[in-house]
Design a protein around this ligand. Structure first.
Ligand code: MG
Ligand code: ZN
Length: 384
């Protein structure tokens, strides 16, 4: 009984603390797991810092949703002192404020990164007056480059949606899904089947995608072997599960997307999102944060491995905002134990790190606006 009351109190408190933007989350108090007890670690490889060109032909942008410095350091501690991220020798910080709020949500944060425009919380690819703003993915497509999106959440969720859709609200999932059909994106892999098939307008967008020449798949074992063509891969009804359920979905999907996109001789733009670092912060769960941080870092490793071999690929890793105000209060590099507290169930205002590797990486240093990340990428990738 006491436990039940405590649960209700916690959930109520989270509601008050600005949980409203993320009502899609199931903030079960059982996820309040403050201590990561250590677990499997992986070996981090260091890649050469020599590149073929001064400007990148390809950009892989990896967004850790809700990933602040503490989330990175929690992962670094859990993996006993090292992350693939350490390959990124150029480091900066990004200011995350939205046009109407000191604390951004992932829609405004995503739109700043995708289109270089500060907008209101909840906005997907539109400015404060609701005019559509062109994203780097759309610009890349217009210039003949290949484009892709990969996410552990629904592909219609705020972060990936900001790259391809233009809607006044992040909650318009069906409208966002329909926006995918208006583009020529080459590859997308994530959850969200339901937004393509169970629709108020009765359309079956998966059939429409097939008619447009996409291969539509849901089985990761099939997806991972696809090397060419256009791919629409929806691996969950809505969001992919936590790591125990989705396993290596994110690194495998990222590798697959790179394989397909790198066929384009002109280059490519790929955005990859580690969505659930944010959800770990909302749930005040150190375990959830660490699991997803490590999964995200392994995915970064896949991107770096390709970039090191290719020599013309810029890899940038950043976040839309920090979540939870995560504070690491204890830990050990020997055991991988991490202890943390979370003063809020919502997002925070703090700057987030920007890590980069490859040609052009040196541009992403110092304190920058989140919108600058878009400007720098666009200049490097598309200005000839
Ligand atoms: Mg997100
Ligand atoms: Zn969030």
């Amino acid at each position: 009984m006491l436990k039940k009351l405590l649960l209700i109190a916690i959930i109520l408190q989270m509601g008050i603390q600005g949980f409203a933007q993320d009502t899609y989350l199931n903030a079960e108090a059982k996820d309040i797991e403050k201590t990561y007890l250590g677990g499997e670690t992986y070996k981090v490889k260091m890649f050469p810092q020599k590149f073929k060109s001064e400007k990148p032909k390809n950009i892989i942008f990896l967004i850790g949703d809700g990933m602040g410095v503490s989330q990175v350091f929690a992962g670094l501690t859990a993996n006993k002192g090292h992350l693939f991220l350490e390959n990124c020798k150029y480091i900066g910080f990004s200011k995350t404020q939205s046009s109407d709020n000191y604390i951004t949500d992932s829609a405004a944060g995503g739109t700043a990164l995708s289109a270089g425009v500060r907008t209101y919380n909840g906005a997907i690819g539109v400015d404060p007056d609701n005019n559509p703003v062109k994203t780097i993915l759309e610009d890349a497509e217009e210039n003949g480059l290949a484009t892709g999106l990969v996410s552990t959440s629904a592909i219609t969720h705020a972060t990936p949606a900001s790259y391809i859709a233009h809607q006044p609200s992040r909650n318009m999932y069906e409208e966002i899904a329909a926006d995918f059909l208006k583009t020529d994106i080459d590859v997308f892999i994530g959850g969200g089947t339901q937004h393509f098939t169970e629709r108020k307008d009765g359309r079956n967008l998966l059939n429409e995608l097939k008619e447009k020449g996409y291969r539509v798949e849901s089985d990761l074992n099939k997806i991972k072997n696809i090397k060419t063509g256009k791919l629409a891969a929806l691996t969950a009804d809505v969001h992919n599960g936590r790591i125990n359920e989705r396993k290596s979905m994110l690194p495998v999907a990222t590798k697959t997307a790179i394989n397909i996109l790198s066929n384009n001789k002109k280059g490519f733009f790929l955005m990859v999102e580690g969505s659930q670092i944010d959800w770990g912060g909302h749930a005040a769960s150190t375990i959830y944060v660490v699991e997803d941080m490590l999964d995200f870092d392994k995915t970064i490793g896949k991107a770096l491995e390709f970039a090191a071999k290719d020599g013309e690929t810029l890899v940038v890793v950043s976040a839309d905002h920090e979540t939870g105000g995560m504070a690491i209060t204890g830990g050990s590099f020997e055991t991988g134990v991490v202890n943390a507290g979370f003063p809020t169930g919502g997002h925070t205002a703090v700057m987030v790190p920007v890590f980069s590797y490859g040609p052009g990486a040196e541009k992403f240093i110092g304190i920058m606006e989140n919108t600058d990340i878009h400007a720098k990428m666009k200049k490097l990738l598309l200005d000839n």
